[in-house]
Design a protein around this ligand. Structure first.
Ligand code: PA5
Length: 464
């Protein structure tokens, strides 16, 4: 059940001069080895504690599984309140490993609560959610590492108020908090309210948190085998610990993208050929964008580095984006994610015999069609000298999803080190968060509010 990383079509031999040569790789070998040493020598330290998650959570996994069992018994809905790294991982794993129409299935077939992630503060969305939930049958999971993100805490305030109005002292039985053990407001609130709490380890940042209780609790509630998820992550981690970059998928993938960035290929398209992996591309976009998009490197130099992640879905976006990928500017690297064995097989029915241009499809399966279309896209991209690579999953299951998550996180850590940046902070996001606090009058943000008040006012002459 090993996922494979195929980078043939990144190489000059396949895409011509746009591509990467063996000597391009050899030239950056010192950078690759330095990144390897830096990542592996520091693993588990600082903000890289996520690397230990596949191995370090036996106790918490048991606690999560038993709590999840009780949630499944009592509740019909499980709602995550969170945003960014506290939402995208749970959504991606849900989409990958649950029935694609999970919420629409009858309860007897679902065997787990309906699942919602409220990762926005659009008032219409909140109203719509509340319209479909029966509060007495709903468990909320408020997730925030910092314990103070405005979006998440607003959602919490709204929901807690409703729960208290409905259930008084028993409100706390409908809400579980996942947050830092000793930092931020949510932990203090959770203690005051007597909420069940799971902890996000200190050295695990939002976008690297799917394999800690942030992702494990929702997954376990959904009946996903979280031990298998972690075993998959561990098996990929072992592959990504190999020193020789030619045998280390994440290190090689990072090195190739590093070369691409230096060649001006500033866009990374993630294009899974499976609806189940659609949200994995969203999760990847946050991981790649927030980790690599940095103004300053580790030596304080202004670098304005990064590679813009773009999500696409095969085959859907063949009829939307692929024209651009095939013939537009040579500024992209396209990663196709394929699946060997889909979990269902659908045969295309007989019919339209008088129309051979239609009836040739009959007797084939949708499985054959989607695979043929992926190969065809790969072929067209390559023929047009567009750098592309392929990540192939034998099938989508907890083990391969664990591998995939770890592969991308390790690739991000390695390339961050090659770019000599801090891949684990997000000063640009913090700026926006702080400005929001100031605009809404949070104490301690008076200076920021003043700064905002003094910003250059918009001119009417540019508004029509
Ligand atoms: O990756 C990150 O650190 C961010 O995207 C956070 O996940 C996001 O801002 C939400 O933060 P928090 O979990 O503190 O509410």
């Amino acid at each position: 059940m090993k996922i494979r990383f195929d980078y043939n079509n990144m190489m000059k031999e396949y895409v011509g001069d746009e591509g990467i040569s063996q000597s391009d790789l050899t030239k950056i070998r010192p950078i690759i080895q330095k990144a390897y040493d830096s990542v592996q020598n520091n693993r588990g330290k600082g903000m890289t504690q996520w690397m230990d998650l596949p191995y370090s959570q036996a106790e918490v996994v048991d606690e999560i599984m038993s709590f999840a069992k009780s949630v499944r018994k009592k509740f019909d809905n499980f709602v995550v309140l969170g945003i960014g790294g506290s939402a995208l991982g749970p959504m991606a794993v849900f989409q990958a490993l649950c029935h694609l129409r999970h919420n629409e299935l009858p309860k007897s077939k679902r065997k787990a609560p309906k699942f919602y992630v409220e990762d926005n503060v659009d008032p219409e969305r909140m109203t719509a959610l509340l319209d479909v939930l029966k509060l007495e049958k709903t468990m909320f999971n408020v997730i925030t590492k910092s314990g103070s993100t405005s979006e998440t805490m607003s959602q919490y305030l709204i929901i807690m108020d409703l729960l208290k109005k409905a259930f008084g002292d028993k409100a706390k039985e409908h809400i579980v908090a996942t947050t830092s053990q000793d930092k931020g407001n949510l932990i203090k609130i959770a203690k005051q309210e007597g909420l069940k709490t799971f902890y996000i380890p200190d050295g695990v940042g939002g976008r690297f948190s799917e394999l800690c209780p942030v992702g494990l609790l929702p997954a376990a509630v959904l009946g996903i085998n979280i031990k298998e998820l972690l075993r998959g992550a561990a098996s990929m981690d072992r592959r990504c610990k190999v020193k020789n970059y030619k045998r280390n998928p994440a290190l090689m993938a990072a090195a190739l993208q590093y070369i691409c960035i230096n060649k001006g290929k500033n866009i990374s398209v993630m294009m899974p050929y499976a609806d189940s992996l659609k949200l994995m591309a969203d999760w990847y976009c946050q991981l790649w964008g927030e980790s690599l998009g940095k103004a300053v490197d580790l030596d304080g130099n202004t670098v304005y580095v990064g590679q813009t992640p773009v999500k696409a879905l095969g085959v859907t976006d063949q009829h939307s984006q692929v024209q651009l990928y095939t013939e537009g500017p040579f500024d992209k690297v396209i990663t196709l994610v394929g699946v060997e064995n889909y979990r269902s097989q659908v045969t295309i029915s007989q019919g339209c015999e008088d129309f051979p241009d239609v009836s040739f499809l009959s007797g084939h399966t949708l499985n054959e069609l989607i695979k043929a279309e992926m190969l065809a896209t790969e072929y067209a991209l390559t023929k047009n000298r567009r750098l592309n690579n392929l990540i192939m999953l034998p099938e989508v299951n907890a083990h391969t999803i664990g591998q995939l998550l770890m592969f991308f996180m390790m690739q991000t850590a390695y390339i961050g080190s090659m770019l000599n940046i801090d891949a684990f902070n997000q000063p640009g996001v913090e700026e926006g968060k702080n400005a929001t606090y100031a605009l809404l009058g949070r104490k301690g943000y008076e200076k920021k509010a003043e700064e905002l008040q003094n910003k250059k006012q918009k001119s009417d002459k540019y508004i029509i």
